[in-house]
Design a protein around this ligand. Structure first.
Ligand SMILES: Nc1nc2c(ncn2[C@@H]2O[C@H](COP(=O)(O)OP(=O)(O)OP(=O)(O)O)[C@@H](O)[C@H]2O)c(=O)[nH]1
Length: 599
């Protein structure tokens, strides 16, 4: 049995056709019929579908009758495609013996493809090259084949040209899986060791873990033990996804499936943990995963203060399926009660915010995202600051460090100049340049994380006409000349609008923000003075003139009902506003800082 199992993932740059290939594999092996065939079965969540990205891993089991006449069991483990979720890629790869590397025939290898391949190589996985979209008129099959050979070191016969869209070459890929990817090792008679590579919460069955059995076997009714906590549970259900949840009596060495054990708290099914049996436990756990730390923080506040508890409840529920989300209550003088939330990146932030608004019917205000700074104080102590509100007083600060990333940018050589210019503007430091083929280069830069968070990727795309690709990893903390910029409305600091900026950019940003705020804060009863300041020094100022007089002036004093109507109308317009002191501020104002970055 073990001999006929193949566990693999598909790795690909976004849009190179991973989901389409997965669909074809499912179709070809009969896992789902045409009628059931929803476009891209593996990308389950609506938001993922809309944004066209894959986030959650899901293992699918396929039965394949190969040309050698034998029946094989394939476990295809999905990997997410976005750089925010890189750590999930390494999780899914750890449950496999091999990977299909999909490369778009018209695009060639991209930065993220390479990063993922290196991860697979680190884990000693067998790699099968797949050149997709050979049907495209711009397909450069031979060039891309050479690129894969040169850069990744695959042999020509380990690379398969296909069209996932038209279903060409799919059987060859399935045969390649049988031929090039080794069956799982491991001993069925050894004590159980099963790796949890993902988990989610099901309201009826409790926490469900996706597991890969590395040694031994597990059966329904067994008492299992989580090796990191020692907690024990009775297995209530085991199964595989083919692609629908299908119960089985046991899962054996090499197999991939799901396990339920009436576990109330997903915290008890830690991703990366090893499951063993209470009776005859393994003596040590499998190597786990790095714990991921949130890189980006922002405040989320309900527009209506009364919805605070509802927001807490919603966050608690989302957390059950997303262990990387962190949050704690915070109060803002301007916005009232809310939560400071930590995310893996901006996309993660955006997805969580949208899910809260859509699935939990909340109307939320998000403050500008911030990275985690380290501030060394004059007394020698060090504090971590992820909320500008907690920025120490200027006179107490000795120096400030911010997170930097090592960015790998892959680009046709014509655009080297454009990319260098952009990196320079973003306070980048040149590290290296390497030619991958005669007209494609890999540029390496050190850049502050805060600079690439916002619009870097878009700017990179637009300056290279879409040809550049980007991957990055955190490289550590470095000293920077940073200051806190406060925004004041009628002389009062609006804590939720403060942000951290490099001293050299402070003046420009301050001007841009007060101008923008002047445009979006509607005229109201009183004059509104908008200022930007570093400490007590005001560096930019704008005024919104008073208005209400004018609205009523049109009524010539007489008609009371008309007057009332007008005031009603004004009120309506205010609904999406937040009252700060005497000033009505539109909900979007708090993201203004982001917009400025995007302009
Ligand atoms: N012409 C052509 N288009 C293809 C082929 N395979 C996929 N596509 C198209 O390429 C686009 C991206 O395909 P997906 O399968 O969604 O790409 P993906 O790699 O899964 O993208 P992420 O989920 O974002 O990582 C879609 O519009 C597909 O229809 C192919 O063989 N030929």
């Amino acid at each position: 049995m073990q001999e006929r199992i193949r566990n693999f993932s598909i790795i690909a740059h976004i849009d190179h056709g991973k989901s389409t290939l997965a669909d074809r594999l499912l179709e070809f092996t009969g896992a789902i019929s045409d009628r059931e065939m929803r476009e891209q079965f593996l990308d389950k969540m609506d938001l993922e579908r809309e944004k066209g990205i894959t986030i959650k891993l899901q293992p699918v089991r396929l039965n394949y009758k190969a040309r050698d006449g034998k029946e094989y069991i394939f476990n295809l483990i999905d990997t997410p495609g976005h750089v925010d979720f890189t750590y999930e890629v390494s999780r899914s790869l750890a449950a496999c013996e091999g990977a299909l590397l999909v490369v778009d025939a018209s695009q060639g290898i991209e930065a993220q493809t390479l990063a993922n391949v290196y991860m697979a190589m680190d884990l000693d996985l067998a790699i099968v090259g797949v050149i997709n979209k050979i049907d495209l008129p711009g397909a450069r099959v031979e060039e891309v084949r050479e690129e894969i050979q040169n850069v990744i070191g695959l042999a020509a016969e380990e690379i398969y040209p296909i069209s996932a869209k038209l279903g060409l070459g799919i059987e060859e890929v399935l045969e390649a899986v049988v031929k090039h990817i080794p069956p799982p090792q491991g001993d069925v008679n050894a004590p159980l060791q099963a790796l949890i590579f993902d988990s989610y919460f099901d309201p009826y069955k409790g926490a469900i873990s996706y597991i890969r059995v590395v040694n031994g076997q597990v059966k329904k009714g067994d008492i299992i033990r989580m090796m990191s906590t020692g907690k024990e549970f009775e297995v209530t259900e085991l199964g595989v996804l083919n692609p629908y949840m299908t119960e089985v009596e046991k899962l054996e060495v090499g197999e991939v499936g799901y396990l339920a054990a009436s576990i109330k708290n997903v915290g008890d099914t830690k991703v990366g943990d090893t499951i063993t049996l209470a009776e005859n436990p393994a003596d040590k756990p499998l190597p786990g995963y790095k714990v991921v730390k949130p890189m980006v923080y922002c405040g989320l506040y309900p527009l209506e203060n009364s919805e605070f508890e509802k927001l807490r409840d919603a966050l608690d529920k989302l957390k059950l399926n997303d262990a990387s989300l962190v949050y704690e209550p915070e109060t803002s003088e301007a916005l009232g009660f809310g939560f400071r939330c930590g995310f893996l990146g901006l996309l993660h932030l955006e997805i969580i915010k949208e899910r809260l608004e859509r699935e939990y019917d909340l109307s939320l205000l998000a403050t500008a995202p911030s990275v985690v700074y380290k501030v060394v104080l004059t007394d020698g102590s060090e504090v971590e600051v992820q909320n500008p509100k907690h920025w120490p007083m200027t006179q107490k600060i000795d120096r400030v460090l911010e997170p930097f990333v090592k960015a790998s940018i892959m680009v046709p050589s014509d655009y080297i100049g454009a990319v260098m210019e952009l990196c320079q503007e973003k306070r980048g430091r040149y590290e290296n340049m390497e030619y991958l083929s005669k007209d494609r280069v890999l540029l390496t830069y050190k850049l502050p994380l805060s600079e690439i968070l916002y619009d870097f990727f878009d700017a990179l795309k637009s300056r290279t006409r879409g040809y550049a690709s980007l991957d990055y990893e955190i490289s550590g903390y470095e000293e920077s000349d940073l200051v806190k910029l406060d925004i004041l409305l009628n002389g009062e600091i609006v804590d939720a609008l403060s942000f951290i900026v490099h001293r050299e950019n402070a003046y420009y940003r301050a001007r841009a923000i007060v101008q923008k705020l002047r445009k979006i804060i509607p005229r109201q009863l009183y004059e509104v003075v908008i200022q930007a300041a570093i400490g007590s020094k005001v560096i930019a100022r704008e005024t919104v003139k008073a208005l209400r007089k004018d609205v009523l002036a049109k009524c010539y004093g007489g008609d009371v009902t008309r007057k009332k109507k007008l005031l009603e109308k004004q009120k309506e317009g205010k609904k999406k506003m937040k009252q700060i002191g005497h000033v009505e501020v539109p909900k979007d104002a708090f993201m203004t800082i982001l917009d400025i970055e995007n302009e």
